[in-house]
Design a protein around this ligand. Structure first.
Ligand code: 9WN
Length: 459
């Protein structure tokens, strides 16, 4: 156990309304976060993921604030301590004491090649993760028993959040479309079929020999990406390093450029949350208008990706100039955006619980799969190719609630809690659909965090 959790007991704060049926699940979730806590930040998993990951920390803050808002805010503060000078927030902040994860900081060599933008004194990856941090910060504000005490810290965090959103706007959407461009599957949903066709066009050159640590921590290799997928990941990472993480150059030369609807929908929601923080902090009108315009633009752009034939919002392979026709959970992401057109919302809500997703035949629990069973690229046990991810289910649940689909949301919450209440579930990273078997790591922090949030929010 880390030293930073003295204030972070098993009992709920008085701002909470706890689901009466599962106090032990609450206590176990708190224990997972306590065990993975390293004082200022939390490991995503006890052994498989020993560093700080950006999206994981956003979810962790969002769950942890139900127990300890001060510690939850520290999670975000530590993450933003590694922000680059250009506003970019790296997807991994490396723990100098952990050497059991591949690839480590050497692969990225950010301090040497990023033209001085990377932080000194901390090593990071050269990628970004989905921009959910402002949403997490706003959740911390709303859950805090005494938010006034945290205001000075929110004042310090806010310019960093704004710089992050401005980086994404300028560097990841120079076309001003409202859709963010990703450079690497690790910026999204790793081995999802979403990337298969774009990756198939990448000509992979010589990749120096490497040995993976992940397969030491996961018993069955079929739960993790393949060697061929790792070769591609490493080749793309090498190209980004060679381009010195220069966004303009990358967008002229890189062989993998995808407009990601899930990242963009999260960005729309995060801008709405950032707008709420800006308002509470009394930021100038002009700044608030800038943030509101970003939320609106991404919201419209994500809705504009709706495809009638697929009944989903589709990513775009920029190099092929084509929408990516796969049936994955990312296609439901318009549920997250502010000002969703109501009839589209209704169709999405039904689609999320319908026959390709939570209502698919043969599911042990009616949770949303990462990839629709039986669709191209689906694999029952492999990572993002089929199994359900509690954090994705949390996002869709949150979106359903935002859009006013209370019954759909309640059904998804109950199904996920039933899955996670199984004695064998142990806060798994992801779950096999037909059996509810946990896959990947157990005691995964962000799974514990979303359990806390689900239990704190009665249906
Ligand atoms: C690569 C930490 C991260 C999650 C990602 C998940 C996985 C890493 C890996 O673990 O990615 O960044 O080693 O496979 O796919 O969503 O944030 O939990």
């Amino acid at each position: 156990m880390g030293s930073g959790l003295s204030a972070f007991g098993g009992a709920a704060t008085d701002s909470l309304r706890l689901a009466p049926d599962a106090p032990w699940l609450w206590n176990d979730a708190v224990a997972v976060l306590r065990a993975n806590d390293l004082g200022e930040w939390t490991k995503p998993a006890p052994r498989l993921y020993p560093h700080q990951w950006s999206l994981d920390s956003a979810f962790i803050a969002l769950g942890l604030c139900r127990v300890d808002a001060d510690r939850a805010l520290r999670e975000l503060e530590h993450l933003f301590g590694a922000q680059w000078a250009d506003g970019r927030l790296p997807h991994i902040v490396f723990n100098p004491k952990a050497h059991d994860y591949f690839p480590g900081p050497d692969l990225w060599a950010c301090a040497d090649v990023a033209g001085g933008a990377a932080p000194r004194g901390q090593t990071t990856s050269g990628l970004v993760h989905h921009p959910m941090q402002a949403l997490a910060a706003w959740s911390v504000w709303e859950a805090a028993v005494e938010p006034a005490a945290l205001v000075p810290r929110f004042r310090a965090l806010y310019p960093r959040l704004l710089a992050w959103h401005r980086y994404l706007t300028a560097a990841r959407d120079p076309q001003a479309t409202g859709l963010l461009t990703i450079y690497h599957p690790w910026e999204g949903t790793d081995n999802s079929p979403r990337w298969d066709t774009a990756l198939a066009h990448v000509v992979v050159g010589e990749v120096p020999d490497y040995s993976r640590h992940d397969l030491k921590h996961v018993e069955d290799a079929s739960e993790r990406p393949t060697r061929g997928e790792y070769d591609r990941y490493l080749w793309l990472a090498g190209l980004l390093k060679a381009a010195r993480y220069d966004d303009a150059l990358i967008q002229r030369t890189h062989p993998f450029l995808v407009k990601d609807v899930l990242a963009s929908a999260i960005f729309a929601a995060a801008n709405q949350a950032l707008g709420s923080i800006a308002e509470r902090l009394g930021r100038p009108e002009e700044e608030r208008r800038e943030i509101a315009a970003l939320a609106r633009r991404s919201s419209l752009a994500v809705q504009g990706q709706w495809d009638e034939a697929a009944q989903l919002a589709l990513d775009i392979d920029l190099l092929a100039g084509q929408p990516i026709r796969v049936t994955t959970c990312a296609g439901l992401s318009p549920l997250l955006v502010p000002d969703l057109e109501p009839s589209l919302g209704r169709r999405l809500a039904d689609r999320a619980l319908g026959a390709d997703f939570a209502g698919a035949p043969g599911l042990a629990f009616t949770v949303v799969p990462s990839t629709a069973p039986g669709s191209p690229g689906y694999q029952a046990r492999s990572y993002w190719r089929g199994p359900s991810w509690p954090v994705i289910n949390w996002l869709l649940w949150w979106g359903l609630r935002q859009q006013g689909f209370a019954e759909h949301a309640a059904a998804l919450r109950s199904a996920n809690l039933a899955l996670l209440e199984q004695p064998a579930a142990r806060f798994g990273e992801y779950f096999e659909l037909g059996t509810g078997t946990p896959l990947g790591s157990s005691e995964q922090s962000w799974t514990a965090a979303v359990v806390l949030d689900w239990l704190a929010a009665l249906p």
